[in-house]
Ligand binder design. Structure first.
Ligand SMILES: [Zn+2]
Length: 71
């Protein structure tokens, strides 16, 4: 079974020989979720859980409210 290096802990991670780009692999060492981003040689990248987006730009909504009173 081919191996690659975990970008998180730099340990060897086993990758199934028939893995394809975009497949996810779990590093047994640090339990990170890794994505296969390259096949020859196998290259792994961290698959960070996409957090909820739009949480930072709520200010625009608050600036509405009071100008609308003359409506
Ligand atoms: Zn790892």
């Amino acid at each position: 079974m081919p191996t690659s290096i975990c970008p998180e802990c730099s340990e060897e991670v086993f990758v199934e020989a028939e893995s394809e780009q975009g497949d996810t692999v779990i590093c047994e060492e640090c339990s990170s979720k890794l994505v296969v981003v390259g096949l020859d040689p196998f290259e792994l990248d961290l698959n960070e859980e996409s957090g909820s987006d739009g949480a930072s730009d709520d200010d625009d909504l608050n600036s509405y409210g009071y100008d609308d009173q003359n409506y």
